[in-house]
Structures are given as structure tokens and as C-alpha cells.
Design a protein around this ligand. Structure first.
Ligand code: ATP
Length: 439
């Protein structure tokens, strides 16, 4: 399938099934901002919950944090963002469209929109931070920024978290939250947007142990993505060369996925050294030093960061799960999402709308809901059509209440991927699903 085709199909499926809508669509949409619908919000919550479980709940050396989006403006001077968080921008002299100067299709000098040759003058640096004002006065004293990364909320709270949690270095702080970047050329659906969510973890280590921890986190993060059921042949590391390294980084590896539009990063693992804490010490005048217990060494910790885009990971998961196949002579579209990611875990169908089957199915649906298993009752259309709708939505199991149910209190459970049907006792269905969904 051509890459554009696949992206178009994915965008259309996401809209049709209630995963992702364009922001403010009734007004013609907002540039590169997206809203998550009923299924999308569940998928997103599942991605975030699995990350939090792996990074915070299952480890005793990582603490959670939820810092505010608005921070003291000095934060962004200290971090280097006011001065250096820029992309080179060029403008076409003919159509006045603006582009990132480092895009391959722009580097040749021809405008990708109107085709004018030698269209661009000198590139100028464009700061990607959104600026706004705090309080009623719109003057330079009240300027604040929407954070372009969640990491700085962690750095400024390093001492607060360390002392209150009584963690000892090495330890980490994890947080999930919104970040904003006024990208010059957003696009590819939810791949590059101006408002997005990051799941970041800063791991504070003794200088000299940073390379070892870097390897540890590289392996952990790759294993996490494989555990989501993502095809490991489509995952790889990309090491940053010296020319790609950010101003703060000693080493950086991207985790890339082979999207329909090519291999691209969706998580970064960075050795940020003591850059951020040292800068905050310098700009705030507050000590960021860590003193080892029992009269040990004093040092400003080095930081190994793992920085995952939540929305980009959703695109990875969705693109990886999408498939078209022929079943019993009929085309079907399937989102083969891992059951722990699937927004709806089970659909419940009465085979026919009579003989008391809808009542039994409704009751079963209620029992699943009570057990906090997201489920969906559907009595509309042929059973084949109902299956297809759920296949597209990524629902792993479809449960059918049929004639046998009234005789022997069993139902069939159909597996989305293998299409195998199993008869299960009505009163065992909740347990059957819980067993497969795990804790
Ligand atoms: P890129 O080179 O694609 O702009 P980056 O190297 O600037 O990304 P980081 O600053 O390392 O990205 O951010 C970490 C993660 O945050 C990225 O791997 C990505 O998943 C996500 N991210 C960054 N910018 C965006 C964006 N504009 N839209 C969606 N996700 C983003």
C-alpha cells in the first residue's frame, strides 16, 4: 500500500470510529491540533497508564510529578530555550508561505507550494515557544511561555522531590503532561503538532555512572515498546551524530519507528549531563548539589532522560495495528491493537432481537461494565457487519448471545485476530476476560 494511502486510510478510520477529530472542525479546523474522541481518549489513557506503571509503579527508584505548564520565565533563560530553541525559517518571495529551511524539499531553493525557483532569502531563526502574558498587564514584565518540554518542571523540583521522597541518587522523576511548540511545518496527522503530550523521565545519577545508566534506559525503553505489541522489525535506534546533538546533550539516541512516511523518532534518550541543574543553580542562586549520605561525595547529578511523545506513540500504535485482509471472501479492516491498549475490550451482541436474547446480552454488558471492563452493546445490523465494526475499532473480543445461551447458559467469544470461537459459560465471561487482560 502506498504510504499516502495508508495515512489517508488511517486518518479516515480514526474519524469514522471516533478516535481522532480535527480541532474546532466546525470552524474549518485549527492548524495541526487534534482532539481525541471516545475511543482515542481511551487509547491515550491506556498508553499513559502503561508508561506510568512501567516507569513509576513497578520501580522503587522513580517518583512521579505533575508540574504546572506555566513556569517562571527565568526557567527558560536558564534552560537555553529563550536563546536557542529555534528553527531556521524561510519565506517564499512569491507566495509568502513559510517553511523550515532545513526541510529537504526546501533546501534546493524551490518553493514546495508555488514552485518558484530561488524563492528564499536568508533564513532567520524562529523561536518555537508560545508566548503569552500572566496577569492583566501585557508588557515585557509579564511575559510567560507555554512550556515546550515537561523536563524543566522536573529539574526545578529536583530538591523538593529528593528531600520529600528521601530517594538517594541514583533515582528518577517521571511526569506526563502537555507541551507546546509553535512548529513552522507541522503535519503528518498527530506526528508533529503544536500542542502535544510528553511522557518524560529524568534519572539523576553520579557523574561517571551516566554511560551505564544510559545503556540501561535504552534497553528498558525499547523493551517497553515491544511490550505494547509493536512490530520489532519496525523499531530501531538512531544515534545522534555530533551535528545533531542538542545544546545540552553528551549523547542521544532516538527510538525510531518505520512510519508510512519513513523512519522517524518517537522517543529520545538523552544524556543531559549536569547542564540543566547547573544552569538552574546559576540562574536561581539555589544549590542543586547532592551530598552522598554518610559524608560521601558532593556533586551535581548527571541526568539520563527518556522523552516519549504520547501522541506520536499513539500514531506508532495505530499505524502498526492497521491491516486489511480477506476473510471468507470479504475484505476486512482490522486494528490489531494489543488487548491492553484496545479502547473497548469486548462487544456484546444478541444474535437476534427476540427470544429474550437482547435482555441477556444487555445484562452481560452491564456485568462487564460493573467489573470496569469497557464494553459495547450492539444489536444493529447483521452479525457480520457488527464484527466488521468492532474489527475496525480494534475490539479484541466479540461475545454473542445465541439460541444455545437460553438452553445451557453459554455464549461464544470470537477472537478478533484468529477468528476462533470459544463457548464460555455466561457466569465465567468476566473472569475469562480479566484473565486475558491481566492486572
Ligand atoms: P523532532 O526532531 O521530531 O522535532 P525533537 O528531537 O525536537 O523532535 P524532543 O525534544 O526530543 O523531540 O522531544 C521528545 C519527544 O516529544 C519526541 O520524540 C516526540 O515524540 C515528541 N514531540 C516533540 N515535538 C513534537 C511535536 N511537535 N508534536 C508531537 N510530538 C512531538
Amino acid at each position: 500500500m502506498a504510504s499516502n494511502d495508508l495515512m489517508d486510510k488511517l486518518v479516515s478510520l480514526c474519524k469514522r470510529r471516533g478516535y481522532i477529530f480535527q480541532s474546532s472542525e466546525i470552524y474549518g479546523g485549527t492548524g495541526s491540533v487534534w482532539d481525541y474522541g471516545p475511543l482515542g481518549v481511551e487509547l491515550k489513557r491506556n498508553v499513559k497508564a502503561l508508561w506510568w506503571k512501567a516507569m513509576v509503579h513497578m520501580r522503587d527508584d522513580v517518583e512521579g510529578l505533575d508540574a504546572a505548564i506555566l513556569m517562571h520565565p527565568r526557567t527558560w533563560e536558564a534552560s537555553g530555550h529563550v536563546e536557542g530553541f529555534t528553527d531556521p525559517l524561510v519565506e517564499c518571495s512569491n507566495c509568502h508561505r513559510r517553511f523550515r529551511a532545513d526541510l529537504p524539499e526546501v533546501e534546493g531553493g524551490q518553493c514546495p507550494t508555488c514552485g518558484t525557483r530561488d524563492a528564499f532569502g536568508e533564513a532567520r531563526q524562529f523561536n518555537l515557544m508560545f508566548k503569552t502574558f500572566m496577569g492583566p498587564a501585557e508588557d515585557s514584565a509579564s511575559v510567560v511561555y507555554l512550556r515546550p518540554e515537561t523536563a524543566q518542571g522536573i529539574f526545578v523540583n529536583f530538591q523538593n522531590v529528593q528531600t520529600t521522597s528521601r530517594q538517594k541518587v541514583p533515582f528518577g522523576i517521571a511526569q506526563i503532561g502537555k507541551a507546546f511548540r509553535n512548529e513552522i511545518t507541522p503535519g503528518n496527522f498527530i506526528f508533529r503538532t503544536r500542542e502535544f503530550e510528553q511522557a518524560e523521565m529524568q534519572f539523576f545519577v553520579k557523574p561517571g555512572t551516566d554511560d551505564e545508566w544510559f545503556e540501561h534506559w535504552k534497553a528498558e525503553r525499547m523493551a517497553f515498546h515491544v511490550s505494547l505489541g509493536i512490530d520489532s522489525d519496525k523499531l530501531r535506534f538512531h544515534a545522534h551524530g555530533d551535528d545533531e546533538l542538542a545544546h545540552y546533550a553528551k549523547r542521544a539516541f532516538d527510538i525510531e519507528y518505520e512510519f508510512p512516511f519513513g523512519w522517524k523518532e518517537f522517543e529520545g534518550i538523552h544524556n543531559r549531563t549536569d547542564f540543566d541543574l547547573s544552569r538552574h543553580e546559576e540562574y536561581s542562586g539555589k544549590r542543586m548539589e547532592y551530598i552522598e549520605p554518610g559524608g560521601g561525595d558532593r556533586f551535581i547529578p548527571y541526568v539520563v532522560e527518556t522523552s516519549m511523545g504520547v501522541d506520536r506513540t499513539m500514531l506508532v500504535v495505530l499505524a502498526d495495528a492497521y491491516r486489511e485482509e480477506e476473510v471468507e471472501g470479504e475484505e476486512r479492516v482490522v486494528l490489531g491493537l494489543h488487548p491492553k491498549l484496545a479502547p473497548v475490550k469486548a462487544a456484546v451482541f444478541p444474535l437476534v432481537k427476540k427470544d429474550g436474547l437482547p435482555e441477556i446480552a444487555t445484562e452481560l454488558n452491564q456485568a462487564l461494565r460493573k467489573a470496569a471492563i469497557p464494553s459495547f452493546y450492539d444489536a444493529a445490523g447483521s452479525i457480520g457487519r457488527r464484527y466488521r465494526r468492532q474489527d475496525e475499532a480494534g475490539t479484541p473480543w466479540c461475545i454473542t448471545v445465541d439460541g444455545e445461551t437460553t438452553e445451557n447458559q453459554t455464549v461464544t467469544i470470537r477472537d478478533r485476530d484468529t477468528l476462533q470461537q470459544e463457548r464460555v459459560a455466561l457466569d465465567q465471561v468476566v473472569g475469562w476476560l480479566q484473565e486475558r487482560l491481566g492486572g
